[in-house]
Write a protein that binds this ligand. Structure first.
Ligand code: SF4
Length: 451
């Protein structure tokens, strides 16, 4: 595409970033004609669809109770609702820029409510595990340039994050792996045979909910502990000889990487699985260089952890009711706050909790007056008391996002939008909330969440 002549009136946008998944591929080239993207280079199929079919901008920029309203009226109604709430929930921050995440965290602080992000329904177990045992890790660039053994665990990345495999890990030629895929051994450990399994050199199928047992089998083998073959087969679903062979490969690798996905979170054990895999990778450093990298699901969740962590000291599940941040997953996570009926209003930013929370918490949220700010036309947006339709980050809106390996990337939007960005809406909302609080001295009654 770069060398092909452009049609009259078309322009090229180089180094655009695809924000569809957490790979945040920033080498995308686009052709734009009449404010539409007509050609995409370097993206996978998911990324191409993301760019070519962005949300049509036909809906009103703001609605109140489902009826079109001006932005000013929407900001006023949303600010009145949130400033008067006793214990509002601010949730999401998933598919937006880190600039917008920063303002959303500030709003939760001013309101004295709860702040929770998409991490609580995604990679929370791996975040908790990092807090418990630490993590030996590196950037995707290190894996690409150095790894001669990659063990994928609980991930069908070829279908969910295609360029994890083709751009960042298994396929590319690296500085110390000049033959690319031919110079690497790739192994998948998973509960079922997926498309990713077909691309591997070795596939180890384990029993459902046996990740913990499988990882501890490897930990035992790393320490030279003898195990009973019948026990290992019964507990993991794979023979001891297979695990022994994998452990030998791991010890003999020059630079090994374990790349794991949501399978490890969804399996029995959850954060204990993640702790075990981090400990395994640490122990393997007694033999060779070994790292662990998690594949986060969608959007700028990594940025959410970074920004909320920077602003509050904690990554998610934060309560501001006492005027300072307190952290307690299981208590201040949004689903728990909703289940206890404590929240009396909510601000949802760039997320679809009604699509991800499950029936009980979803029902509680639906019963609350809430404000939604985001580019997606989803069930949460349609049920909002006040809804702001925003420009799509990366396509229409600029800002900063974080790749799954904590690398920040600046967005280069290709199209103009008639919608404001989430950052712009939230900034105006924050200003108006502060004005209302100052005028009425209605600083929240700290420590008195609604019952
Ligand atoms: Fe977009 Fe993810 Fe595909 Fe990269 S791998 S082009 S970020 S969908």
């Amino acid at each position: 595409m770069r060398s092909a002549p452009l049609p009259p009136g078309a322009r090229r946008v180089e180094d655009a970033t695809c924000t569809y998944c957490t790979c945040m591929c920033d080498d995308i080239a686009l052709v734009v004609e009449n404010n539409r993207i007509t050609d995409v280079e370097n993206a996978c199929g998911l990324g191409r669809a993301w760019f070519v079919q962005p949300r049509p901008e036909t809906a009103p920029a703001c609605t109140i109770e489902g009826r079109e309203a001006t932005l000013e009226a929407g900001i006023e109604r949303a600010a009145q609702l949130l400033a008067a709430a006793r214990y509002p929930l601010v949730y999401g921050l998933t598919e937006t820029t880190s600039e917008a995440q920063r303002v959303a965290a500030a709003i939760a602080d001013w309101l004295g409510g709860t702040l929770d992000t998409g991490t609580s329904v995604g990679h929370a177990p791996s975040v908790l595990a990092i807090q418990s045992v630490g993590k030996v890790t590196c950037t995707l660039g290190e894996i690409r340039n150095r790894s001669d053994l990659i063990v994928f665990w609980g991930s069908n990345c070829i279908e969910t994050h295609p360029r994890v495999y083709t751009k960042y890990t298994a396929m590319p030629e690296g500085m110390f792996v000049p033959r690319g895929r031919a110079g690497r051994t790739c192994v998948l450990v998973d509960v079922k045979r997926t498309k990713t399994a077909e691309a591997m050199d070795h596939f180890i199928q384990i029993k459902p909910d046996a990740d913990f047992e499988a990882i501890w089998t490897l930990r035992a083998l790393a320490k030279g502990i003898s195990l009973d073959p019948a026990d290992v087969l019964a507990q993991t679903g794979a023979p001891l000889a297979v695990w022994g062979e994998l452990m030998e490969r791991m010890k003999q690798a020059k630079f090994g990487a374990i790349v794991f996905g949501m399978g490890l979170m969804r399996s029995r054990g959850e954060h204990a699985n993640c702790e075990a895999i981090f400990q395994l990778s640490r122990e393997l450093n007694g033999f060779t260089r070994f790292v662990t990298r998690s594949i986060r699901a969608r959007g700028n969740v990594t940025g959410g952890d970074k920004l909320v962590g920077w602003r509050t000291g904690y990554p998610y599940a934060i309560d501001f009711a006492r005027g300072y941040p307190r952290y307690n997953p299981g208590e201040y996570t949004s689903r728990d706050v909703l289940a206890r009926g404590e929240a009396d209003a909510a601000l949802v930013v760039a997320a679809d909790p009604l699509g991800t929370f499950g029936e009980a918490a979803g029902r509680q949220l639906r019963a609350l007056p809430y404000v939604c700010v985001g580019f997606q036309d989803n069930a949460t947006a349609r049920g909002a008391l006040v809804n702001f339709a925003t420009a799509t980050y990366g396509i229409h809106a600029a800002g900063t996002v974080y790749r799954m390996d904590d690398v920040p990337i600046r967005l280069r939007p290709a199209l103009a939008s008639r919608y404001p960005s989430e950052f712009e809406v939230l900034t105006r909302l924050e200003e108006r909330i502060r004005q209302l609080q100052a005028a009425a001295s209605i600083l929240p009654a700290r420590g008195t969440p609604a019952s």
